[in-house]
Design a protein around this ligand. Structure first.
Ligand code: PLP
Ligand code: COI
Length: 353
């Protein structure tokens, strides 16, 4: 595909690596292309990072037609730059697009957009272990009219942010609260899609948890409020009596690429991994009887995030004495080792730029 590049005339300085938060500063450029029904995607361009202008009736502002992805460009130990399973993000973006009646991307074009952009912004890929250039592709419906229907016009963009760790705790265990009131999504809804509305609807519970001193909530299913689904904006895994358990993908859970990678690593290490329904009663019982050995969240932003305590109602249960567990640590070491190019890519997951 042809991508027209207009470079900035006022390059910014890369922020200090030890001060990077998550998603707060952006690189000098952004990618944009437009879509019109019948015409397809057109006018692919990289331009200086700037505010964009939207028609006040634009679909995204009224009906939430928006999807996004999140992946990282990692600085390898040898100085090169690589992505981690980028085709998985591209395929998931198309699944999200299909769910939200937004146009699909050509997969090869999408990969070319990512690589062209990362090459241009290479100096913004930080060098310290654990830091990365977080890539945020997103798409929104952009009809300039108020009728409710599948859009005829859309915009796809890519922005990037040099980032440090997602949680201020880093790899230290976080405290999580089981959420009994709000639900994130429901089966038949949009849970498996990465659409903006899922996140807007989940922040209220996250804020309530924060007020009580918890980092995030553990979501229960939206039909019976009985089965464990995800933790905050991450997938969740448990080690219960020797078995690794992660909620099965029922349609309301986002099929995480880190989740999938954790399962593959664990199976290779010889662990029994079950993707199944896990009820909150089973989990609480495992906590009461000391059978819950480890719990962790997994996602691109935080990679693996140990859960040191879980609250349910008025009770708070410590997990592994509030310390990171053995399996959690192993997963963190292996995944980050592959992502930052310190370990051999034995699963063929990295895509060098
Ligand atoms: N669950 C939700 C709701 C998410 O937003 C994410 C992040 O993308 C994940 C899980 C983890 O997915 P991945 O590992 O692909 O980043
Ligand atoms: C993740 O990468 O795990 C996320 O959930 C990203 C978040 C900022 C939406």
């Amino acid at each position: 595909m042809e991508i027209k590049i207009t470079k900035t005339t006022s390059p910014s300085t890369m922020p200090a690596e030890d001060k990077l938060g998550f998603g707060k500063v952006f690189t000098d450029h952004m990618f944009i292309m437009d879509y019109e029904e019948g015409k397809g995607w057109y006018d692919a361009r990289i331009v200086p990072f700037a505010r964009i202008s939207l028609h006040p009736a634009s679909t995204v502002l009224h009906y939430g037609a928006e999807i996004f992805e999140g992946l990282k460009a990692y600085r390898r130990a040898d100085g090169g730059v690589q992505l981690f399973r980028p085709m998985e993000n591209i395929k998931r973006m198309n699944n999200s697009a299909e769910r939200m009646s937004l146009p699909l991307l050509n997969e090869e074009d999408a990969l070319e957009i990512l690589t062209t952009f990362v090459k241009l912004e290479e100096r913004f890929v930080p060098k310290s272990f654990g830091t990365s250039l977080y890539l945020r592709p997103f798409m929104f419906g952009n009809d300039e009219a108020l009728g409710v229907h599948a859009v005829k016009n859309a915009t796809f963009m890519l922005i990037a942010s040099p980032s440090g760790s997602y949680y201020k705790e880093g790899i230290n265990p976080v405290k999580i609260m089981i959420e009994n009131e709000d639900v994130r999504t429901v089966r038949g809804g949009t849970g498996y899609a990465k659409c903006g509305g899922n996140y807007a609807a989940s922040t209220r519970a996250g804020e309530r948890a924060a007020k009580k001193g918890y980092s995030q909530v553990l979501w229960l299913d939206g039909v019976e409020r009985k089965y464990i689904e995800e933790v905050g904006a991450m997938n969740v895994m448990f080690k219960i009596d020797g078995e690794i358990v992660t909620p099965m993908l029922t349609g309301s859970i986002l099929p995480g690429i880190t989740r999938k990678s954790c399962i593959e690593v664990l199976k290779k290490l010889g662990y029994a991994v079950s993707e199944r329904l896990l009820s909150v009663d089973e989990l609480v019982n495992a906590m009461k009887t000391g059978k819950l050995e480890e719990a962790w969240g997994c996602g691109t932003a935080a990679v693996v995030s140990p859960i040191g305590a879980l609250a349910y109602g008025d009770e708070e249960y410590q997990i592994n004495d509030g310390k990171i567990g053995e399996v959690t640590q192993k997963l963190y070491d292996i995944l980050t080792g592959i992502q930052w190019g310190k370990l051999p890519d034995e699963f063929n997951w990295v895509y060098k730029i």
